[in-house]
Design a protein around this ligand. Structure first.
Ligand code: ADP
Length: 609
């Protein structure tokens, strides 16, 4: 990634090498509209000079013929003048229409590219806050930045056509004055460019705080945090933090606006002095009859057109340089390498034959999370075969969920070996592997959609297969519950949208389990399935889970020792290490960590009764 703080004028101009890629995006967004806008812009660029020539013709025809001919002689140049006027309006209307539609095409296209990229990202990349900043920058720019660049390119094309045609009129009379007109904007080019760089850097470094302000806003406006914010009276505190950030942004924006205003005043003043001198010179020549009156009018307009267009072109170039820097951020994001995707596999490895999961083996596995110091798994060893169920037990933070995440191929940078059917998990094609996996994570998702989709998402290829959805509902013991809902399977769940029916935490969790059961997988994993379940529902779920994993592999994490007799093997973890292993009965006999925790829980249960 480029060190943005050392951006030089040269490197800004170098970003023009991105243009082929920008044009590729513009072209792919919608070819028809892209082409129409180009043609319309060039046509509109010609209009001012054509109108100017028509004006010159009208005035000269009147001045030269008003004593000698009929008025009819003026009709043709007049008709040309009016037609050009009308044509210009018409072109403007079409240009506005095509631009509006094209803008939406373009912004949709870029947004879709970003979403596609996020879908392909690995979890370590996704959890990296610097990459999250980059994602935020890209999303922020997606809506308007490519379009803005396109508009600036068009504006340069239109401006250049107008400039060349109007400067052409002046050049035929006095080329030195024409050059002088273009000089001022060019002189101020570098001052504007350095201001553009300053603006980019301020916006670039603002992103982490922008994400923070977005998060603070969410905390105050989303239902998941609304209750706590109210009861703990956090609103004022959170609002104050939010205000601090947005006030800092305001301060920076004011600073930039002031700088821009100062620069504009100085450059306009210099420009106007030069325009004043030239206008004076033209008027002088007209007064003493060196040029006739029609040409005088045309030169006056040509002076204004040449000056304003050369100024606009310079500003547009500055803006494009600035926008190139922003668009570069989007490209950085889209080009991020994911060491985790299929591209990382060698060609022969990609064809590894893989059907069902027969065995899972951890051999001397060590793991620490990216950008952290300490190992959270140390020398973990176990082997599971088809037909077996494993329970992971241990206190919070002992590494249970991390083992699940490694089995799910969410992290790749572990030491030791993780083997599936005797093959390194790194060499198994992810998509095929995921087809064999039914998982309920601790932080499963509540989809604010129909109950049908909440279950059907477990096997997206069979989302519309009603029998399979019913089957998954049945396997998770929800059939009777679904009948009580207002629209049964088609009931909209959650509270975000109209007619939403809110479920309890436990009911959502059972739906997440149904979602995993929707798959015809050979490995099922439940990470704390009983966390939000009452004891009846828990017993029910484990009974169903036992039936489901018959002849397959099952892994679950639970803090309830009542569910442990469903497991063939239990691993007891402490600070990332396996400290005990065996069946429920064997572990009770050892009289170690497991039996101590078991008795503690049983005593608590007895006391509670
Ligand atoms: P358990 O499931 O046993 O409660 P975890 O496997 O979730 O424990 O966590 C084990 C350790 O890993 C904890 O110390 C936790 O702070 C750390 N950890 C968990 N997730 C991440 C992550 N995404 N990045 C960095 N550290 C993490």
């Amino acid at each position: 990634m480029v060190n943005v703080d050392s951006i030089s004028i040269r490197s800004i101009i170098f970003t023009f090498s991105l243009w082929p890629r920008i044009f590729n995006i513009l072209w792919k967004a919608n070819q028809f509209y892209f082409f129409c806008i180009l043609v319309l812009s060039i046509s509109r660029g010609l209009m001012p000079a054509l109108t100017l020539i028509a004006t010159q013709q009208v005035v000269n025809t009147i001045v030269l013929n008003n004593q000698t001919s009929e008025f009819n002689i003026v009709l043709v140049p007049l008709a040309v003048f009016v037609s050009l006027f009308f044509l210009n309006e018409l072109l403007m209307i079409f240009q506005m229409h095509t631009s509006t539609v094209y803008q939406t095409y373009l912004s949709n296209h870029v947004k879709v590219e970003i979403i596609k990229k996020v879908g392909k990202m690995s979890l370590p990349n996704f959890e990296n806050s610097l990459i999250q900043d980059q994602l935020q920058r890209s999303q922020q720019e997606a809506d308007f930045r490519p379009y803005e660049i396109f508009q600036q390119i068009l504006s340069i094309i239109t401006g250049a056509v107008t400039l060349v045609s109007s400067a052409g009129i002046l050049l035929t009379w006095n080329w030195k004055l024409t050059l002088l007109l273009g000089l001022v904007p060019i002189l101020f080019f570098f001052a504007y460019l350095s201001l553009g760089k300053k603006e980019f850097l301020i916006h670039y470094h603002r992103v982490p705080n922008q994400r923070k302000s977005w998060y603070l806003l969410q905390l105050q406006t989303r239902d998941s945090s609304f209750k706590e914010a109210k009861i703990y009276r956090l609103s004022n505190y959170l609002l104050k933090e939010y205000r601090n950030i947005i006030n800092q942004f305001l301060k920076e924006d004011k600073f930039l606006a002031n700088k821009r205003t100062q620069l504009s005043i100085v450059s306009q003043l210099c420009g106007n002095i030069i325009v004043g001198i030239i206008v004076f010179y033209v008027a002088y020549a007209g007064f003493y009859g060196d040029i006739n009156i029609g040409n005088l009018v045309a030169y006056f307009s040509a002076i204004t057109l040449t000056y304003t267009n050369s100024q606009t072109i310079v500003w547009d170039i500055v803006d494009i340089c600035k926008n190139n820097l922003y668009i570069q951020q989007l490209f950085f994001f889209l080009d991020l390498k994911d060491g985790h995707d299929e591209g990382a596999l060698t060609k022969d490895k990609q064809t590894v034959f893989f059907s069902e999961i027969e065995t899972i083996e951890f051999r001397n596995v060590y793991f620490k999370y990216p950008a952290t110091e300490n190992y959270v798994l140390k020398n973990v060893n176990f082997k599971l075969r088809r037909g077996e169920t494993l329970a992971l037990v241990g206190q919070n933070g002992s590494g249970k969920s991390t083992i699940i995440k490694l089995i799910c191929k969410l992290y790749n940078d572990y030491e030791g070996e993780i083997l599936i059917n005797g093959i390194s998990i790194r060499d198994i094609p992810t998509e095929l592997f995921y087809k064999e996996l039914g998982v309920v994570f601790q932080d499963f998702v509540n989809y604010e959609m129909s109950l049908w989709k909440n279950v059907g998402f477990g096997d997206i290829d069979n989302l519309n297969d009603e029998n399979r959805v019913n089957d998954a509902i049945e396997k998770s013991g929800l059939t009777a519950f679904v009948q009580t809902l207002p629209k049964q399977k088609n009931t909209q769940l959650g509270k975000y949208f109209l007619d939403g029916y809110q479920l309890s935490g436990g009911q959502w969790q059972r739906l997440a389990i149904a979602r995993a059961f929707m798959r015809d997988a050979s490995l099922y994993i439940l990470d704390e399935p009983s966390a939000a379940l009452d004891s009846v529902a828990e017993a029910n779920i484990f009974k169903k889970f036992g039936d489901l994993v018959e002849g397959r592999i099952g892994i679950f994490i639970s803090h309830r020792y009542t569910s442990m007799h469903f497991a063939d093997h239990i691993l007891v973890l402490q600070q990332g290490e396996v400290v005990e292993r065996g069946t429920h009965e064997e572990l009770l006999e050892i009289a170690g960590v497991y039996s101590r925790l078991y008795r503690l829980q049983m005593n608590n249960l007895k006391k509670a009764k």
